[in-house]
Design a protein around this ligand. Structure first.
Ligand code: NDP
Length: 450
């Protein structure tokens, strides 16, 4: 039955491979659920949950510093609002298309449900590439993007945040234009600056949460981060704060990457070296290669697309923390990780492991925390930012961090409990999908056919 439903989705959305990959994984996990509870089939929940409530697609014209006009494509996928306003990030990257944003929006529905906060799922973005653009060009693009998006979003309707290519700078420009157009100061975006409605710990939240989740998984085997060697990919928001938290917990991070290549620092990335990376990436907007030029303990390897695997994942280590992008670990990479002794993988990125890699991790019975659960700390803290905006009150850094930590502990427990309830002990993929699904599906039934 589920297979037939999937085939219909696959036929309809055949040009959206990432979306189909995400749907397939969730549907596979739900087989055991609908066997026990056929009510979800009767109410056509799977057909409904895999179709966005609304897709907005728009033109984003902007002018570069030389007076040249450019046109990009803007998107917002409003996937599911059964348990709260649409919530999910905006991605600015040349690879962005409808299928990628639909996969991210679909994942977001389950992830947001797992946080226990009242947030539906959405995602958006543009094929605009902020790399190599001046601040003024990025500002003009963001303003043009918001000139259309503002009419579709609002604090009780749809609350976007950051993702790849959208950090504090972009959220600032987007928020400024929203405020001007609406003439109101509301919590319509999260990831805002601390001076104008942001929350402590929001920039740190995804990476910190990813490590908190991994720490919970490690606990189940009587271990902690202390003394463990970790592989981190990416060098953006998630990778930076993931690295910071690992260092705080006594672990050693030996790799970071960007889309050109990766660095391997056998001695480990210290607090001081991380400060260099943050300045390099967030202020100078340079390439990770410069890390190896600055620190002689590190070597740099450029990406070699002909290789068929990523040597970053072929280094002896205990823990892998993929934090760059989707499908960055293929089957060969997953096998290399296992062969090199990695026994814990906690995903900061969304869907970084390809299906064959997921199968290998599950078969090897390593601790494998899928992004939906492991990176939910970002959106959870966005939820906390929304609560603070509604209260017109700011919690302290310590308060937000404590709440984030507790949320990650709870998500970990929900995954374990849901997996156990359906006889799938130790399978965090099934646990996350099932726990995330049940609340949304039951709410959809309660609310009728809408
Ligand atoms: P950033 O833009 O801050 O950083 C992205 C990093 O990944 C950069 O180092 C970038 O390198 C690298 N990267 C991006 N695309 C590719 C690619 N195709 N191949 C290789 N490297 C790539 O984004 P974030 O850190 O915010 O996001 C990273 C991941 O985490 C994404 O999957 C995102 O969806 C996920 N995520 C983010 C959340 C958040 O709160 N920010 C919340 C939950 C998940 P380069 O600079 O060369 O492009």
């Amino acid at each position: 039955m589920i297979e037939a439903i999937y085939q219909k989705v696959a036929e309809r959305d055949k040009h959206e491979p990432e979306f189909l990959q995400a749907v397939r994984e969730v549907f596979d996990s739900l087989k055991v659920v609908v066997e026990k509870r056929p009510i979800y089939l009767k109410h056509k929940i799977l057909e409904r949950i895999s179709e966005p409530e609304r897709v907005i697609l728009f033109r984003v014209p902007w002018v570069d510093d030389n007076g040249e006009i450019h046109v990009n494509r803007g998107f917002r996928i409003e996937m599911n609002s059964a348990i709260g306003p649409y919530k999910g990030g905006l991605r600015f990257h040349p690879s962005v298309n409808l299928g990628i944003l639909k996969f991210l929006a679909f994942e977001q529905v389950f992830k947001n449900s797992l946080t226990t906060l009242p947030m539906g799922g959405g995602k958006g973005g543009s094929d605009f590439d902020p790399k190599g653009k001046s601040d003024n060009e990025v500002m003009r693009f963001c303003q043009s993007f918001m000139m259309e998006l503002f009419r579709h979003i609002g604090p009780n309707t749809d609350v976007p945040a950051g993702d790849i290519g959208v950090g504090g700078r972009e959220i600032g420009y987007l928020y400024g234009m929203y405020k001007k157009l609406r003439n109101e100061f509301t919590g319509v975006l999260t990831g805002k600056g601390l001076n104008w409605g942001g929350s402590f710990i929001r920039p740190e939240a995804t990476g910190y949460g990813q490590v908190y989740f991994a720490a919970e998984m490690l606990k189940t085997r009587g271990k902690s981060f202390n003394g463990l060697t970790c592989l981190v990919s990416g060098s953006g928001n998630v990778a930076q704060f993931c690295t910071e938290k690992v260092i705080q917990l006594g672990g050693k991070v030996v790799t970071l990457s960007d889309s050109n290549g990766f660095i391997y620092d056998e001695e480990g990335i210290t607090k001081e070296k991380l400060a260099f990376v943050m300045e390099l990436k967030n202020i100078r907007r340079g390439r990770i290669k410069e890390y190896a030029e600055k620190f002689s303990s590190a070597v740099y390897k450029p990406i070699d697309p002909g290789l068929g695997y990523n040597p970053l994942w072929d280094i002896k280590a205990d823990v892998a923390l993929p934090s760059a992008t989707q499908n960055e670990i293929n089957g060969k990479d997953a096998q290399n990780l296992i062969n090199n002794g990695v026994f814990c993988v906690s995903e900061g990125a969304n869907m970084p492991t390809m299906p064959e890699g997921v199968d290998l991790f599950l078969d090897a019975k390593i601790l494998y925390g899928p992004g939906k659960a492991a990176n939910a700390g970002g959106v959870a803290t966005s939820g906390l930012e929304m609560s603070q905006n509604s209260l017109r009150y700011n919690w302290s850094r310590e308060e937000v961090d404590k709440k984030l930590h507790q949320i990650m502990i709870n998500i970990h427990k929900s995954c374990i409990d849901a997996a156990n309830a359906f006889g799938l002990q130790g399978n965090y993929v099934a646990g996350a999908n099932i726990a995330g699904f049940l609340k949304v599906a039951d709410s959809m039934i309660d609310q009728g056919v809408v």
